[in-house]
Write a protein of this length. Structure first.
Length: 132
């Protein structure tokens, strides 16, 4: 496993304490799990994601990630409607390990309240929580 100093936390993302990230993409947000989360889970073997058109409240479970070690729930960092799902992960769940912030994104949502992004942590604040 990586040391905390080795965790990749891009500055253009915002982070939830439940280890998801959100990135603004125009009027939508891309969402996935952090480098820290994928590292802790180990080899990811299955990702269960919602359907396009599903809506979730902030903090609500939207899917699961299964690794050789455990099954972990995925939680919405902001509320909104799912407008795209990364279906490539069905056949290639390892992309979440290899590229959690680009190829391993999970869903794209149209946020109900874009200001909820302001409630998420910066990379530095998320790292402080991990050191906790």
């Amino acid at each position: 496993m990586k040391e905390l100093s080795e965790i990749n936390l891009p500055d253009d993302l915002r982070y939830a304490e439940s280890h998801e990230w959100a990135k603004s993409a125009g009027d939508t947000l891309k969402i996935g799990i952090t480098d820290y989360a994928q590292d802790q889970l180990g080899d990811i073997v299955f990702v269960e994601l919602p359907d396009v058109g599903d809506s979730f409240e902030k903090g609500e479970e939207f899917g699961t990630v299964e690794s050789v070690k455990a099954v972990s729930e995925l939680y919405m960092p902001v509320g909104g409607e799912v407008v795209a799902v990364n279906s490539v992960l069905e056949d290639s769940p390892e992309l979440v390990n290899n590229s959690p912030y680009s190829d391993g994104w999970m869903i794209e949502v149209k946020p109900d309240n874009p200001s909820e992004m302001d409630d998420l942590l910066t990379g530095d604040a998320y790292l402080e929580k991990l050191k906790g």
